[in-house]
Design a protein around this ligand. Sequence first.
Ligand code: AP5
Ligand code: ZN
Length: 214
Amino acid sequence: KRLILIGPPGSGKGTQSPLIKDEYCLCHLATGDMLRAAVAAKTPLGIKAKEAMEKGELVSDDLVVGIIDEAIKKTSCQKGFILDGFPRTVAQAQKLDEMLQKQGVKIDKVLNFAIDDAILEERITGRWIHPSSGRTYHTKYAPPKVPGIDDVSGEPLIQRKDDTAAVLRSRLEAFHRQTEPVIDYYSKKGSVANLHAEKTPEEVTAEVQKVLSS
Ligand code: AP5
Ligand code: ZN
């Protein structure tokens, strides 16, 4: 399967991805995770992306299209992939169409994590992550066994630099202005499934499974 996950910050894309990935043996390609790793490693890509990310603005289309182009060509992703956080502009969606056309494949489903903005601040400000694995926790909704510690590795958890109420406002603005049109773009192709992303993680997982098995 080849899936796209679209939704505002905190809508649950990163939470649902590992579950879908394991069930269908797919590659999880999250542009946000890749960019954060590049920023941490101070690579040329990371140096270019850092400022926009800290302000909650989108990184340039060319940068993210480049990393996705490389990733989907990898043999490990030939069976299928989950694009989490990409495409985020109509220009990125058009580029993706070109890339997939060259490979003779297409997107099966676009999962739209529909949710009200009002819920997102609590989700974002309560999030803790384990950077190397991408595991995500929430102080209230998905607490780790020991506060501040990853359940699996025992390593410390961190908060993302852009997970403040102020930066969230810019990220939401970018979502409504630049990413919502991408949902319309795929709706016209008939590939969008709308999820109730405000429900519990388990309920959202059940909705995803229903969509993917139909
Ligand atoms: P990115 O990393 O993609 O961030 P985002 O889109 O803002 O999404 P989040 O990761 O914040 O949300 P999520 O939906 O994954 O939520 P999660 O499941 O963790 O992008 C970061 C930045 O990189 C961008 O701002 C931009 O600068 C740049 N970038 C990335 N891709 C780009 C692109 N294509 N083009 C240009 N720039 C790009 O859940 C959040 C919290 O809620 C967690 O604590 C979780 O435990 C909890 N939670 C999850 N589900 C539930 C539930 N159902 N009920 C209760 N709590 C829940
Ligand atoms: Zn995420």
